[in-house]
Design a protein around this ligand. Structure first.
Ligand SMILES: [Mg+2]
Length: 232
């Protein structure tokens, strides 16, 4: 078989970030009675929060923002767009969200079936732009830990995908070379183009069927479509 090492992205690829994040936000919004205090239904808050979070993550990836600033600003800005809320509540919400969200365990459809089929044939690894302490909780809680050898989080080396350095670092840790490696991820720029630039073949996992003009090595819309590609 051509590949020996499969490098997976974690968030939105295996761990269902959207479902898990939303569950945690709903729990905490209700716990802190914010629908009453902000006079805003939770749906409005969620829409605003996601937009602000995406913008701040883009800045974080470019190195314009620290992780502490990202964590605080996303909630401060989201809450303040509905009205005044005391800093103590905002800080508490942020702290509780950081503890609660990674403990949620929803996985993308087909995750366990895919990993179980691949595990006997390949070394499986993770390359993620998340924070190490958070990603460890997600992997352990959702039962993913036993599948993976190398788990490399961007904050451990201070470099984020799509920079080549993080892919090279992960291959070194796994004692893998470019030709025997394959990167699987949901983000076209970060995972797919990043891996391509580092000389690694790629699987673009595109469940929302987003349009694009890139040419990844493989493209799938469901994780289970990867099985016939890699397990003939
Ligand atoms: Mg992802």
């Amino acid at each position: 078989m051509k590949y020996q090492h499969l490098f997976f992205d974690l968030d939105h690829t295996l761990w269902d970030f959207e479902t898990n994040s939303q569950e945690a936000l709903l729990d905490l919004y209700s716990k802190h009675r914010l629908a009453d205090r902000l006079e805003a239904p939770v749906e409005d808050f969620l829409n605003t929060y996601y937009q602000i979070n995406d913008e701040l993550w883009a800045q974080y990836r470019e190195g314009l923002l620290s992780k502490e600033a990202l964590r605080h600003l996303r909630f401060q800005r989201a809450f303040h767009s509905f009205g005044p809320l005391d800093e103590k509540t905002i800080a508490q919400f942020e702290k509780e969200y950081m503890l609660l969200a990674p403990q949620k365990t929803a996985l993308m459809p087909g995750t366990l079936k895919l990993l179980s089929r691949l595990k006997p044939h390949y070394k499986l690894h993770i390359i993620t732009n998340g924070f190490a302490e958070t990603q460890a909780v997600k992997l352990a809680g959702s039962g993913l830990s036993p599948f993976f050898d190398v788990v490399l989080c961007s904050d451990q080396i201070g470099v984020n995908k799509p920079e080549s350095k993080i892919f090279v670092h992960a291959m070194n840790l796994a004692q893998a070379n470019r030709k025997s490696s394959l990167m699987i991820g949901d983000n076209l720029q970060v995972d797919v183009m990043g891996a391509k630039k580092a000389g690694i073949d790629q699987v673009y996992y595109n469940p929302k069927k987003l349009e694009h003009s890139q040419k990844p090595t493989f493209e799938v819309t469901a994780l289970e479509e990867i099985i016939p590609l890699l397990c003939p």
